[in-house]
Design a protein around this ligand. Structure first.
Ligand code: XMP
Length: 432
């Protein structure tokens, strides 16, 4: 079951993931290790064939310059000393990229003698075996949000342990139109999973009534989510494992020891101490596109696997200010129209994220020859690579007109449609 692998040792580079991905693109598995990895730890990595000493600008830690230890250099593993940012360049030119790729290829297959055996079928086969080994005949619990990562984990665990898995889908009432129904259809009906569906919409909306501060709204949604999940977990007997959709960027971004910006990653943490589970995290070594490839290989529908990002607090941060049922309904319906028209006009997959926002102020309009005083809908559409910065792409005017016409005709209590032209920065992608 062992696949060959190349260890990328982080010696202060800001491009560790690019190097790991470049190796994986050659068909060879690769992992990032901290600068202080020991020879023993390196040699214990399954299938390790070589080391890339990945230097860069962050090569001073606690006042000392870091480097690969003599011990590792003398370990017998081939070592390639690499610096993506040589000469201060952050982004190499295309010709240099080609040269870098050629050098990596010659190291990986020539010096290391690695075999290109990293692919999704091998990954799935390995994970199924590892999960079975870890879980044995015990039971596993999974919070299935319907997002890409939790859906792929569910599909993988179903393949590995079938009915030993129980998925809990909490509908907090802030999901998009059709989402809870799709989760139930795909997992309960098509994949025959044990699925507990909890409609907690009323409970969440009651908790959120009158709360207008965005941070408070997020906190209430997060805390209530854990409470509902915990209540469901207590009803189940003999669960020893908790599966999570942690993916590689979650680990790399919160974990590399030389990175200047450390982003903590959040998942279903915060469960009470008496609910102790061992974690099962089968996707923790995959990048997002690999997670999608894994989901596709496991037979999940394309619209689930290629779903655009959706914040945990869901529509709650797009129904601005204190959430009301009428505006939430207007948000859900206008968002569904936007998604339908983007799909019908070939924009799905071309625009990274798009959604509607309903603010908590009204404007004057005219409907059926009479004055009306209703809410506006704001359309947001952005392109980005990493969500840290974002640009607003050009959307064909005819498509925007069609969406506007439909929203004004089909969504009650909306009399105006606006388009948000702001890049990030200064705006964020979401409005709250
Ligand atoms: P911002 O609004 O910060 O959003 O520019 C960047 C990306 O992150 C998503 N987002 C969230 N995702 N929980 C999440 O899981 C959250 O609380 C959250 N807030 C924002 C947002 O949709 C965008 O893709």
């Amino acid at each position: 079951m062992k696949q060959d692998m190349i260890a990328v040792v982080d010696l202060g580079s800001t491009r560790n993931t690019d190097v790991a991905r470049a190796v994986r693109a050659l068909g060879v598995y690769s992992e990032i290790c901290n600068y202080d990895v020991t020879k023993e730890q390196l040699l214990a990595l399954p299938g390790v064939k070589g080391v890339i000493a990945n230097g860069g600008p962050n090569d001073v830690v606690n006042g000392e310059k870091i480097g690969l230890s003599e011990e590792i250099r003398a370990s017998g593993l081939p070592v390639y000393t690499f610096d993506y940012e040589e000469n201060g360049r952050i982004n190499p030119m295309p010709a240099e990229e080609k040269d870098i790729a050629a050098r990596l290829k010659s190291f990986v297959f020539g010096d290391c003698g690695a075999t290109a055996n990293w692919n999704m079928d091998n990954f799935i086969a390995d994970q199924v075996e590892l999960i079975r080994r870890q879980v044995g005949d015990k039971k596993v619990l999974l919070a299935l949000s319907g997002g890409v990562d939790s859906s792929v984990v569910a599909a993988l665990l179903l393949k590995a342990v079938g009915k030993q898995l129980t998925c809990v889908h909490v509908n907090h009432g802030l999901l998009r139109k059709g989402e809870p129904e799709q989760v139930v259809r795909v997992f309960r009906e098509e994949m025959d999973a044990n699925l507990v569906y909890v409609d907690a919409s009323e409970r969440f909306l009651n908790k959120l009534a009158g709360v207008s501060d965005p941070e408070k709204k997020r906190k209430i949604i997060g805390a209530e989510f854990i409470r509902v999940f915990e209540e469901e977990a207590r009803k189940l007997d003999g669960i020893e494992f908790l599966a999570q959709g942690t993916i590689y960027p979650d680990i790399v971004e919160s974990g590399t020891k030389t990175a200047k910006i450390v982003k903590s990653h959040h998942n279903v943490g915060g469960l009470p101490d008496d609910l102790k589970f061992e974690l099962v995290e089968p996707l923790k070594m995959l990048f997002k596109d690999e997670v999608r490839a894994c989901g596709t290989a496991l037979g999940l529908p394309a619209n689930m696997v290629y779903r655009q990002p959706f914040p945990g607090p869901g529509l709650g941060v797009r129904c601005l200010g204190a959430i009301t049922r009428d505006r939430l309904e207007a948000l859900r319906e206008s968002d569904a129209i936007l998604r339908e028209e983007f799909a019908a006009n070939g924009l799905e997959g071309k625009v990274w994220q798009y959604f509607t926002v309903v603010p908590d102020f009204k404007s004057v309009g005219v409907r059926d020859n009479a004055r009306c005083f209703d809410w506006p809908v704001i359309i947001r559409a952005v392109n980005t690579v990493d969500a840290m910065t974002a640009e607003v792409p050009e959307i064909p005017f005819g498509v925007l007109q069609k969406i506007t016409r439909r929203i004004l005709a089909e969504v009650p209590k909306i009399n105006r449609v606006c388009f948000d032209l702001s890049p990030k920065p200064t705006a964020t992608i979401e409005w709250e």
